[in-house]
Write a protein that binds this ligand. Structure first.
Ligand SMILES: [Zn+2]
Length: 427
């Protein structure tokens, strides 16, 4: 009996590790975009393969914000960061709040280097007054709803949205920011007085999370908390999960690494929403990511033109670019402090497996790198490099990590066998 011949090999990665597996491997990619074969190799010094990264929270700006980013440039930035799938937030112009606009966005995104999954707005025009037609958008394939950039502040509206989520099996992602508490706050409250600007207190985030957890409990609707940034928010999510509530949470790379003191020192270039928090908060979100209280890392990639970040604290735009440096940041969080060895299975969990599951695309992404599966992965090497001086794939440069050195770098990304970043291996 001869085994059926598979499609011919298109290219082969030699001597690589695979997240979650011991040993070194040659990974043979077939020309139909699947992994034809994984065979033992003597070494694993070619880097480590992770399933393609999935970003549940990206601002790609197009349509309407092309000065800052386009689907094409954002797609290149994502691929350079190891991402194969990104969820595009709805706060574009026009807002993604109808099935027609979802279809239009998908059409615009055809041919870019990542799969773009449209997030549906939660309220019409992001106005916070009237829920979108959740059923119609879900029928169009939308799995995640969010007004991100803005909080859905009205409790009755959140109740209505979560009821609709329960009915459709979709999730509501809340940008937790109480308008009446935060007002015009721009930096973490403890450093605000020293800078002479209004503060953005932890309670502004925690009050909304506490309320929405009660509404998730009342409705059974899935609630996802965007960019958790405080120790108090972590405690709320931890307790809700213990109670079995349908809640998930994300943290951004910048909230894992940077503090309000750094923001105070470096100025409005680091203005972001929610703001960079205290060292204690950073310790809390790191611990929560490691123990699974926080499910995943999402970039909140928020490109802005330079002129909107080089002005006063109050005039500056909120937001940081993040797609191209997320992986090395997360690798630092999961590195053993003594040996430097990275827990790659944990990195794959928080950057691919969990976001794919929560985003409702587990058949497409977040799958282990296995023979017969899609060649959808990224290759990471231990390599010292400095972020920024060679420029960015993103159309914007408002990264908080310009000039910083990292210990790991994404050297190749593939989506269904198509190389979307890096050089095609010889042979
Ligand atoms: Zn947000």
């Amino acid at each position: 009996m001869t085994p059926a011949a598979g499609p011919p090999a298109a290219w082969t990665l030699r001597g690589v590790g695979i997240a979650g597996r011991d040993g070194g491997w040659d990974v043979v990619v077939a020309d139909d975009g699947t992994i034809a074969e994984i065979r033992p190799a003597g070494t694993a010094d070619g880097g480590v393969l992770l399933p393609g990264l999935v970003d549940l929270h990206t601002h790609l700006r197009e349509p309407g914000g092309e000065e800052a980013e386009t689907l094409e440039s954002g797609g290149r930035a994502a691929a350079a960061g190891g991402f194969t799938d990104v969820f595009a937030m709805a706060n574009t112009s026009p807002v993604t709040d109808t099935p027609e606009r979802v279809r239009a966005l998908r059409q615009l995104a055809a041919g870019v280097r990542v799969r773009v999954h449209p997030v549906g707005a939660a309220t019409v025009g992001l106005a916070g007054k009237e829920a979108v037609d959740v059923a119609a958008l879900a029928a169009e394939g939308v799995t995640l709803f969010s007004d991100d950039g803005r909080c859905v502040d009205d409790a009755g509206l959140v109740l209505e949205l979560l009821t609709a989520m329960a009915r459709q099996g979709t999730a509501f992602a809340q940008h937790a920011q109480s308008a009446s508490i935060v007002r015009d706050g721009v930096v973490n409250a403890p450093v605000a007085a020293g800078l002479g600007v209004p503060g953005w207190p932890a309670a502004g985030e925690e009050a909304v999370i506490g309320r929405d957890l009660a509404l998730a409990a009342a409705t059974g609707g899935r609630l996802h908390i965007c960019h958790v940034s405080t120790a108090g928010a972590v405690a709320l999510v931890r307790s809700a999960k213990r109670d079995g509530l349908p809640v998930t949470a994300e943290v951004t790379p910048h909230h894992l690494l940077l503090t309000d003191e750094t923001a105070a020192r470096r100025g409005p270039a680091l203005k972001v929403n929610p703001p960079l928090r205290s060292a204690e908060d950073v310790t809390a979100v790191r611990a929560a990511l490691r123990d699974g209280t926080i499910d995943l890392v999402a970039t909140d990639h928020a490109p802005h033109p330079a002129r909107t970040k080089t002005c006063s604290w109050q005039a500056a735009a909120f937001g940081l670019t993040s797609l191209e440096t997320a992986l090395p940041v997360v690798a630092e969080v999961f590195a053993d402090p003594a040996s430097g060895a990275v827990d790659w299975a944990a990195v794959a969990r928080v950057m691919s497996v969990r976001p794919a599951a929560i985003g409702g695309i587990p058949g497409l992404a977040g799958r282990p790198v296995t023979a017969g599966g899609p060649a959808t992965f990224c290759l990471v090497r231990a390599e010292r490099w400095q972020a920024g001086p060679d420029g960015w794939q993103s159309r914007s440069a408002n990264s908080p990590f310009t000039g910083r050195e990292f210990a790991h770098r994404v050297v190749l990304t593939a989506l269904d066998g198509r190389i979307t970043h890096g050089d095609r291996p010889a042979g």
